[in-house]
Design a binder for this molecule. Structure first.
Ligand code: DAT
Ligand code: MG
Length: 149
């Protein structure tokens, strides 16, 4: 089953949006298989955002993501990678549609509340960067047959 890595960024945690954000993925029908509140080391932040290393916002991004706790999560479900990106909304919250997390709660690209893996390869890399195998829980939700044919 497909899995993706999501992280509620420090702004989402500070603004008490953890429950609201998790609720959106739960009620959509996805399954939570990994969850932890954690401080992010510079090393982890720099690896996670390595693709942006040359961008002008990189240093600020690493400072921000390491500035306060984040909620790191792994979610499972059919099509969860692309669907989570839609639920999250466009990178700049001013361009995110209402109804998306960023569209409903954000106004600034540097405070866009949540990260989501953007493709199957990055999802796999990010899940294993942030979580040990034994931190992930394999389970079958009892409601699965009411969500899937
Ligand atoms: P996304 O988080 O939607 O995958 P991304 O991978 O292009 O977006 O960028 C990673 C993060 O970097 C993004 O969530 C916020 C920050 N960022 C991106 N573009 C930025 C910009 N022009 N100015 C400031 N921060 C930016
Ligand atoms: Mg990205």
């Amino acid at each position: 089953m497909e899995r993706t890595f999501l992280a509620i960024k420090p702004d989402g945690v500070q603004r008490k949006l953890v429950g609201e954000i998790i609720r959106r993925f739960e009620t959509k029908g996805f399954t939570l298989v990994g969850l932890k509140l954690m401080n992010v080391s510079r090393e982890l932040a720099e690896t996670h955002y390595g693709v942006h290393r040359e961008r002008p916002f990189f240093a600020g991004l690493v400072d921000f993501i390491t500035s306060a706790p984040v909620v790191a999560m792994v979610w499972e479900g059919e099509g969860v990678i692309a669907s989570a990106r839609k639920i999250i909304g466009a990178t700049n919250p001013l361009n995110s549609e209402p109804g998306t997390i960023r569209g409903d709660f954000g106004v600034n690209v540097g405070r866009n509340l949540i990260h989501g893996s953007d493709a199957p390869e990055t999802a796999q890399q990010e899940v294993s960067l942030w979580f040990k195998d034994e931190e992930l829980v394999n389970w079958q939700p009892a409601l699965l047959s009411w969500i899937h044919e």
